[in-house]
Design a protein around this ligand. Sequence first.
Ligand code: NAD
Length: 257
Amino acid sequence: MRLKDQVALITGAGSGIGKESALLFAAEGAAVIAVDVNLASAEAVAREITSSGGKAAPVKADVSQGAGCQAMVKAAEEQFGKLTVLFNNAGISHADDDDAVATAEDVWDLTFAVNVKGVFLGCKYGIPALRRAGGGSIINTASFVAVLGAATPQLAYTASKGAVLSMSRELAAIHARENIRVNALCPGPLRTELLMKYLNTEEKKQRRLVHIPMGRFGEAKEIAKAALYLASDESSYVTGAEFLVDGGITAAYTTPL
Ligand code: NAD
């Protein structure tokens, strides 16, 4: 049990990386607060955990709102006594996110509200709880696009993930002596709803795959395993890291034919 006696709050727990992490963290002994703006999906994940003997509770919250973030942290402390792992994972990729000329201001603002302000608010209300618990681990989901520009434009998303990465570094430096570690998890392109709704033809998929040395998309389960490492004591000397889990995409200029 790699997360025995831990209490983990995961945002965006209803789908993709968040869902797989909730299931894995619970199987490794953590009590899980499954947070999502879509309550039904969080409830389904929490039910899946409790029906197999684990501990979980669903919470509906929009991470772009302070009140929701305050309530989700309160739920962790009230229901499971403390908070020791904060996984700020919820994020959106807007269908109308484009280049600088074509992206509307409201698309930019919404993307930053969820992807950047959501991480800030998770930390704003989560860090006092981690302090009360004597420390813990914060994992912020950034992306490989935080370190690479894509010619298929999604400017607001890319900039938002750059902000998550730089925010994570500074949080790590500020809180290191409080026994609070902060790392940015940077997944490569995954076979989840978030990406596949755009790569909806074989041609679009192949155009992306040609850049990935491994020649395949990642799975949410593979990112959950990386998150588990960052959540657990196995990563006790890891803070401020840019943890790329990307099939080699950021390492390669060209890929095998
Ligand atoms: P997903 O769409 O499968 O799941 C995201 C979940 O977040 C959904 O359940 C959604 O309801 C929830 N959510 C959205 N807005 C929210 C809000 N305001 N408050 C609370 N919950 C909200 O996506 P995923 O692929 O699992 O993505 C998870 C994270 O990983 C995101 O931050 C995403 O940007 C990042 N990421 C994804 C990929 C990819 O290829 N899928 C690659 C790199 C990074």
